[in-house]
Design a protein around this ligand. Structure first.
Ligand SMILES: *Cc1c(COP(=O)(O)O)cnc(C)c1O
Length: 380
């Protein structure tokens, strides 16, 4: 699904000396590389504060801790996402409220969010799923109207541009009150282990969060709040700092691969290709709203699981993200949920398939993959 070795070959001349220097200096934790990367990422995103931490799940949890959310507060998020998003809500003894997604963008359905708001609702967590920006203008407007926080889960969306209704552009992850990202190796900006970060433009919140990631300490050995230990180490920061200047190129390579996939699949009656805003599909030259963390097809009247088996037999990796709606996972079932409210997610878990997507895909691989998919569907 990803080719990290091929990508490494092009940056190892930067990473290796950087690793040597860190090992010579033994500045493994909170070394200068971490601060350099933090500063460079702030500049890239156009955000006042980046607070590095240990992984994307911690980043979400710490963002919620920083906002001071309390037991019983309701937090609305999408039913169709990775479990980490709902896991941290439950861990903090907040009440997760799962809602359905849009059938075209796969992102949280803003009307469903509005319907789910109660006097106990405190926050909305949109996920920029598969690398496509969620509908942030409408989400922010709704949040404003009901006095709610917005926490963007930007683990899959780093580098994506969100085009506001007035035509201006902002990077995902700097629109809500606070956001989280992951540097897991296979993410669009990935390190060689675990890593994550929290972003915010709010000075007070940034200060609170800097203490939380460091055992609730604002002055050495004075613990004002209950915190956690969540750090990005210097070696990981060195990898990220080497990759950051290439992030836009990496995302362009993904979009190019997506464009070729879509060209091959378009007009096929049983294949719905991924979409961006309106009809641009996120892959027109004027639009950077999709960074294709995943390239995900929605199949109509196709035996998806048989296609998965067929691709695997032909040496083509593929993935099903996600095979079970979160509201049906044992850990998150809740009697308040009504199946009729999850029509889209209940369908998508049966019909989506994600194809290989990374920065090193070449035309020959894409031709082989698209031909194998189409031949199987046409023959069955
Ligand atoms: C990967 C991911 C996370 C968690 O990141 P980790 O670094 O693996 O903890 C959270 N949310 C989404 C949507 C993700 O894709």
């Amino acid at each position: 699904m990803v080719d990290l070795k091929g990508q490494y070959e092009n940056i190892k001349d930067v990473i290796k000396p950087s690793f040597d220097e860190i090992i010579e200096n033994t500045a493994f934790i909170n070394g200068p590389k971490v601060h350099e990367f933090q500063k460079n990422l702030e500049d890239y995103l156009g955000v006042k504060h980046v607070i590095p931490c240990a992984n994307g799940t911690d980043a979400l949890q710490i963002a919620m801790m920083g906002l001071g959310l309390e037991q019983g507060d309701e937090v609305i998020t999408a039913d169709f996402t990775f479990a980490a998003t709902v896991e941290v809500i439950a861990l903090l003894k907040l009440t997760p409220v799962l809602v359905d997604v849009d059938p075209i963008t796969f992102n949280i359905d803003v009307d469903a969010v509005e319907k789910a708001i109660t006097p106990k609702t405190k926050a909305i967590v949109p996920v920029h799923l598969f690398g496509l920006a969620a509908n942030m203008d409408e989400i922010m407007e709704l949040a404003h109207k009901h006095n709610l926080y917005v926490i963007e889960d930007n683990a899959q969306g780093i580098g994506a541009d969100y085009t506001h209704n007035d035509g201006s552009k902002t990077k995902t992850g700097v629109i809500g009150h606070v956001s989280s990202t992951s540097f897991f190796p296979s993410k669009n900006l990935g390190c060689y282990g675990d890593g994550g970060a929290i972003f915010t433009n709010d000075d007070d919140l940034a200060h609170t969060i800097r203490g939380i990631v460091n055992h609730g300490m604002y002055k050495r050995y004075h613990h004002d709040v209950v915190g956690v230990n969540s750090r990005l180490d210097s070696l990981q920061a060195a990898v990220l700092d080497a990759k950051l200047p290439h992030l836009d190129n990496y995302n362009d390579s993904r979009r190019n691969a997506a464009r070729k996939y879509t060209e091959a699949f378009k007009n096929h009656p049983k294949i719905i290709t991924p979409s961006g805003k309106s009809d641009c599909q996120g892959i027109c030259d004027a639009c950077d709203c999709h960074v294709f963390h995943q390239y995900t097809l929605n199949l109509k009247d196709v035996n998806r699981d048989a296609l998965v088996a067929h691709l695997n037999e032909n040496g083509i990796p593929c993935g099903v993200y996600y095979p079970i709606p979160l509201h049906k996972q044992k850990a998150y079932v809740d009697e308040r949920y009504n199946e009729d409210d999850f029509k889209v997610t209940n369908q998508l878990v049966k019909s989506v398939i994600s194809l290989p997507m990374h920065t090193e895909l070449d035309d020959e691989q894409i031709d082989f993959i698209t031909k194998t998919v189409i031949d199987f569907i046409d023959a069955n």
